[in-house]
Design a protein around this ligand. Structure first.
Ligand SMILES: Cc1cc2nc3c(=O)[nH]c(=O)nc-3n(C[C@H](O)[C@H](O)[C@H](O)COP(=O)(O)O)c2cc1C
Length: 200
């Protein structure tokens, strides 16, 4: 059934609030240029390609990290969990312009394997990236990173990733833990709900 615009618009309203594609992840991005190292929180991040692997992050030009990444052309992505949330919030609230966040948060630096940027040992997953393209869009610069290294804590089983991690999501301005109720499996939704109902 299709509603024409005149009828449809009565059921919807436009909004001027900041654009929402939710929920968002929270990752920690580390960067280094010459001897200056930094870490900031980013929620506008995602996987852009799987073969070969590329990621995107979107960083405001005024961030200290923006300068470091644009100059060094490398960065790392570090996944957080519930335990690291308070420190992640700190890294997203304070700038390296006034504080050394690595020191303040007490993060253990893990030397990069392929690039000269420290990763955060306490984060369960770390990804090394080299900048392959940037796009200035206005307030933010879209940075496309080629994945050149991927690391995971050795006590985490990759096929039990979800069970092993304690992820959090960002629903601005709040952070939420994830209720791990299994709702279905990719391409197998009918198997899970078969005994209850039909979806279509
Ligand atoms: C949960 C969260 C998500 C954030 N996401 C982004 C983002 O996607 N892009 C961005 O430029 N800033 C983002 N920020 C803001 C920066 O992390 C923040 O301005 C930080 O202090 C910049 O640090 P820097 O100046 O040391 O680089 C986020 C902050 C928080 C708390």
């Amino acid at each position: 059934m299709t509603f024409d615009y005149e009828r449809g618009i009565k059921m919807k309203k436009t909004f001027s609030h900041e654009l929402l594609i939710y929920p968002c992840p929270i990752v920690l991005i580390t960067s280094k240029y010459k001897n200056i190292e930094n870490v900031l929180a980013v929620s506008w991040a995602g996987v852009a390609s799987s073969h070969p692997e590329y990621v995107t992050i979107s960083i405001k030009k005024s961030r200290f990290s923006h300068t470091l990444i644009m100059k060094s052309k490398v960065f790392t992505i570090n996944m957080i969990n519930k335990e690291l949330l308070k420190k992640a919030d700190y890294c997203g609230t304070y700038s390296a312009k006034s504080v050394n966040k690595f020191e303040k948060c007490g993060f253990t630096q893990l030397a990069g394997k392929h690039i000269n940027v420290p990763m955060i040992k306490e984060c369960p997953i770390n990804i090394e990236c080299s900048v392959c393209q940037t796009l200035e869009l206005g307030s933010h610069t879209l940075i496309i990173g080629k994945v050149i290294g991927k690391f995971i804590d050795s006590n985490i089983y990759i096929d039990k990733l979800y069970e092993s991690l304690d992820p959090v999501v960002y629903f601005r301005p709040n952070y939420y833990s994830i209720n791990k109720t299994l709702l279905g499996t990719y391409g197998k939704m009918n198997e899970v709900i078969a005994n209850n109902e039909e979806i279509f």
